[in-house]
Design a protein around this ligand. Structure first.
Ligand code: NAD
Length: 479
């Protein structure tokens, strides 16, 4: 059993002041695989004090030096990337090959994109020719509380920590208590890279304890949070008392508009994208809206694709999907599948219970519902499991209206070979991101949502900007 009870504060691993043991559960076996300590307000105070003390010097460190430290960090990350994949796989259940390639890979990908973006970022610039003595300075927000989820853990940690560090912010990271091991490994990389003491701090804990202490702390200037809409609301309310800047990346209920002229791989691609990471992606295309003329054929094909997806232990090599993260999520998903049945949707693949042959572990059957209407619970609530809803549509306008009829607005998808139509619809969808015909977004593209999917953008130059204040200076004298 792995024991990792310490926190990383002020450049050193320290024992908790208020530690409470917490078992990390391997979702493939339902057994405890590690024990960590969950901190309390005193641990948060110590970490925030370290970040506050480190802030003035770090903010004034030339950006080239900050970038150089991130480059060193990236070398270490790449060297130890497989360890990172193994930690993620163990604690949140992503199959080992996928965890090493995609989950751990996301961290180095984003760090490399930030380095590139930072090198071209204008931190100090003139307002314009009309105001020769005006300057715009982009300056670090200050001490940041970074709170991350378990589903793409390193993706989220890097998107926040590295952007904040480049911007000149100091920080306290609170990773999800479901998946703390990857974040502790990340802290080792930051330590080895040689960031000055206090720039990066890590305290483990849950939302109610450490999370609340951080988001209400008087010396924290900004909160950057990724997780559920429920927690996003609680955090916003708590942070409002000290008027912190709050960045939110929340849930989603992505629509995937599939037209009769979609390419021949569109259905397979869409179903596989939905089931990837066992459906635990905020940007999963969970509502597949299908033009009625091809509806029956698509339902059959989607069911067949879902039926061919293997579910197995995260410890096994191969391109199967693993379990969902924990018992609470497993129960929630089962409840929503039952609700789909009760509300009259038709199960065409998967369904209730565990996949055949798997009696232990939080495994869910890849499930497809047909004949869903957009007002059903399974079309409105984020399920966060391998469950897809298929909804027929008759007209383009109707499809767009249904796609936008949700509280969320993270990623929507379009499948059609009519480029003009795809372009037109991409501008009508109310979401932070749109992906056409399976094309993934380019390096450094901004990630984030509209409506209840959150605010702010992560990744590339937008991600750095998120951690900056804009200062307007008048009367600047040219040296
Ligand atoms: P969660 O909201 O339960 O927890 C996320 C993090 O917030 C954890 O570290 C948790 O300890 C902490 N937390 C919980 N309540 C808190 C509170 N009141 N105050 C402070 N911190 C609190 O979410 P989860 O179950 O870990 O993650 C799944 C959710 O995250 C899904 O809804 C998913 O859509 C969302 N998500 C969104 C994005 C995005 O970028 N939009 C990316 C990944 C995941």
């Amino acid at each position: 059993m792995i024991e990792k009870r310490q926190f990383y504060i002020n450049g050193a691993w320290v024992n908790p002041i208020e530690g409470k043991d917490h078992n990390v559960i391997d979702p493939s076996t339902e057994e405890a695989c590690a024990v960590i300590s969950m901190g309390g307000a005193a641990d948060v105070d110590a970490a925030v004090a370290a970040a506050k003390a480190a802030f003035p010097a770090w903010m004034n460190t030339p950006v080239e030096e900050r970038i150089a430290l991130v480059e060193t960090f990236l070398e270490i990350y790449q060297r130890r990337s497989d360890e990172m994949g193994a930690a993620i796989s163990l604690e949140m259940g992503a199959p080992i090959d996928m965890a090493k390639a995609s989950q751990a890979g996301a961290g180095s990908y984003h760090a490399a994109n930030f380095i590139k973006a930072a090198k071209n970022f204008d931190f100090f610039k003139p307002l314009g020719a009309h105001a020769p003595n005006d300057r715009i300075a982009m300056e670090a927000v200050g001490v940041c509380a970074l709170i991350t989820p378990w589903n793409w853990p390193m993706n989220q940690v890097v998107l926040k920590v590295i952007a904040a560090a480049i911007a000149g912010c100091t920080m306290v990271l609170k990773p999800s208590e479901e998946s703390p091991l990857n974040a502790m490994l990340f802290a080792e990389f930051m330590d080895e890279a040689g960031f000055p003491a206090g720039v990066f701090n890590l305290v483990n804990g849950d939302g109610v304890g450490v999370g609340t202490a951080l988001t209400g702390h008087k010396d924290v200037d900004m909160v950057s949070f990724t997780g559920s809409t429920r927690a996003g609301i609680a955090i916003s309310q708590n942070a409002a008392l000290t008027l912190k800047r709050v960045h939110l990346e929340l849930g989603g209920k992505g629509a995937n508009l599939l037209f009769a002229d979609a390419d021949e791989k569109a259905v397979k691609r869409s179903v596989r994208r939905m089931m990837e990471n066992s459906g635990q992606s905020c940007n999963a295309p969970s509502r597949m809206m299908v033009e009625r003329s091809i509806y029956d054929r698509v339902v059959d094909e989607a069911a067949e694709v879902a039926g061919s997806i293997k579910v197995a232990s995260a410890h096994e090599a191969g391109n199967h999907i693993g379990p969902v993260v924990n018992e609470a999520q497993w129960n929630k998903i089962q409840g929503l599948i039952q609700q789909g049945i009760d509300e009259g949707a038709r199960v065409v693949a998967g369904g209730l219970g565990r996949p055949e042959g798997l009696n232990k572990g939080f495994f869910v059957r890849p499930t497809i519902f047909a004949d869903v209407t957009n007002d059903m619970t399974i079309a409105q609530e984020e399920i966060f499991g391998p469950v897809m809803a298929i909804i027929p549509f008759d007209t383009e306008e109707g499809a767009v209206e249904m796609a936008n009829d949700t509280v969320y607005g993270l990623t929507n998808y379009i499948q059609t070979q009519d480029g003009e139509r795809a372009n037109r619809i991409s501008r009508q969808l109310r979401s932070g991101m749109v992906e056409i015909n399976g094309k993934s977004r380019g390096a450094g593209a901004p990630f984030g949502g509209m409506k209840q999917s959150g605010n702010g953008r992560e990744g590339g130059s937008w991600g750095i900007e998120d951690f900056l204040e804009v200062k307007s200076i008048a009367g600047w004298t040219e040296a």
